[in-house]
Design a binder for this molecule. Structure first.
Ligand SMILES: Cc1cc2nc3c(=O)[nH]c(=O)nc-3n(C[C@H](O)[C@H](O)[C@H](O)COP(=O)(O)O)c2cc1C
Length: 262
């Protein structure tokens, strides 16, 4: 049985200047995050995005099983550099022990935060009970997250989707329960697993999570932001603490600076 501490007495992680913090990482007001992207967000790409204004970046997702078996491909993705800071390392997995051991390996590489991927929709991940597959079993998601939080001294964050499919959009419950076991920020991609990358991202539910008075951690919105106009519109409309940008930065890293100047 997981102990879920009450958050009633916690101070919000967004200060009066609207500058969110993740654990002890202070971010600027309305930070722009570079989304983790497999085979895309490697160190050279991150260096360019940092130079063009990304405020927080993540590695590509790394298999916890690969890390604990010392697979070269997984190890290599742990490479991070001082000039990228703040930077998060993202891991995925569906097993408490593997995720805990992987979290300890991540700890040693000293990133600013550890992110858990509960959003990857691809079959080889989601149908093996990791990534978005975990959205089918919220109790498991809570147990996995609690195990990671216990295994690392780093702030733990989560990136996930609205739910598994249209009938099970459980992100509101997910946000509360993950906050209760100690995550320090939540990034939400406004699609379900079955949507994959199709259709339009639904930001209404992201806004609802953000505006839930029980939620004290920063909520970052993700999905389809591809212009400064849209970034401003969604900031005002949904009140999120920052936005995460993926595909629009591929081949156009200037998007971060352009949004800031807009
Ligand atoms: C090529 C590619 C690779 C991705 N790899 C990851 C990943 O490793 N971890 C993750 O959490 N999301 C991954 N995603 C999802 C993105 O982080 C993001 O949630 C999604 O693209 C929606 O945001 P966007 O509309 O700004 O692109 C990937 C997306 C793409 C297009």
């Amino acid at each position: 049985m997981i102990e879920e501490p009450s958050v009633n007495n916690q101070l919000s992680s967004v200060n009066c200047y609207n500058m969110p913090s993740i654990g002890n990482i202070q971010l600027p007001a309305f930070p722009l995050l570079l989304a983790p992207m497999e085979d895309v967000s490697d160190p050279p790409f991150r260096a360019v995005c940092k130079d063009k204004g990304a405020d927080l970046m993540y590695t590509e997702f790394i298999s916890s099983e690969g890390l604990i078996r010392d697979a070269i491909k997984s190890r290599k993705k742990l490479d991070i550099f001082d000039y990228e800071k703040p930077v998060g390392i993202q891991i995925f997995g569906g097993d408490e022990e593997s995720l805990s051991l992987a979290a300890k390996i991540v700890d040693v590489t000293n990133p600013d935060l550890l992110d858990i991927n509960f959003g990857c929709p691809v079959k080889k991940v989601a149908l093996k009970g990791a990534g978005a597959g975990v959205l089918k079993d919220i109790d498991l998601m809570v147990r996995l997250t609690a195990a990671v939080v216990k295994s690392t001294s780093l702030p733990v964050t989560v990136k996930t989707r609205l739910g598994w499919d249209d009938k099970t959009k459980n992100i509101e419950e997910v946000a509360e329960r993950l906050q209760d076991v100690g995550i320090k920020a939540l990034a939400i991609h406004g699609r379900t697993r079955t949507q994959m990358y199709k259709g339009q991202a639904d930001w209404e539910l992201i806004g609802k999570v953000k505006n839930n008075p029980r939620i004290q951690i920063p909520i970052f919105g993700n999905g389809d932001i591809d212009s400064p106009e849209k970034a401003l519109e969604y900031k005002n409309k949904y009140g999120v603490d920052g936005i995460m940008i993926g595909r629009a930065a591929i081949g156009y890293p200037w998007i971060f600076d352009e949004i800031k100047h807009f």
